[in-house]
Write a protein that binds this ligand. Structure first.
Ligand code: NI
Length: 177
């Protein structure tokens, strides 16, 4: 297993909808292992494949019950409203209060091809919605209103993010307060 550089805001891969996973093979399992390493190194709760430059529809997560992988996840329904200060490993150091459905029903597959159906609430529901967004090329700033978004983009640029980067670029040179 090895940790990967997490792609940072401005990298086009984060804006590209990911492709459906068609092969549940050893390569995918190894990628998932690498994503766990990367996620734990970054103290994240979840990590989607595009965040390490892989345009495939799967994400890894661990909200305290151990490592889990969700392949080809689909949001079946959401209900209620919940406000949460939400951050993203691809926009390090920033977070915004964002309102989303409080509960969700997500279906997908595990690495063995078993169907998974999960009813999630609050933080776990938020985690799923956030990672699903990544698979669709959607980022946190897309959930802000126009004024918040303008402010967010200014701060993001001031922090050296948001410029178009070469796909091979990493966060290695980025300095954060
Ligand atoms: Ni994120």
């Amino acid at each position: 297993m090895s940790s990967h550089a997490i792609r940072i805001f401005g990298d086009p891969v984060l804006r590209t909808p990911a492709d459906v996973v068609t092969e549940l093979d050893g390569r995918l399992a190894r990628l998932a292992d690498d994503m766990f390493d990367t996620m734990y190194d970054a103290n994240g709760l979840g990590l989607a494949a595009p965040q390490i430059g892989v345009r495939k529809r799967f994400f890894v997560y661990d909200h305290g019950d151990g490592p889990e992988v969700l392949v080809n996840p689909v949001l079946e329904e959401g209900d209620g409203e919940w406000v949460y200060e939400e951050g993203c490993l691809s926009v390090p150091g920033l977070s915004w209060e964002i309102t989303r459905p409080k509960t969700v029903h997500v279906v997908g597959f595990d690495l063995d091809g078993n169907e998974v159906s999960i009813e999630a609430d609050e933080l776990v529901a938020r985690l799923f919605q956030h990672e699903l967004d990544h698979l669709n090329g959607v980022l946190l700033v897309d959930h802000l209103d126009d004024e918040q978004r303008r402010d967010a983009m200014r701060v993001i640029r001031e922090m050296g993010m948001g410029r178009s980067q070469k796909p091979s670029s990493t966060a290695g040179g980025l300095s954060l307060p």
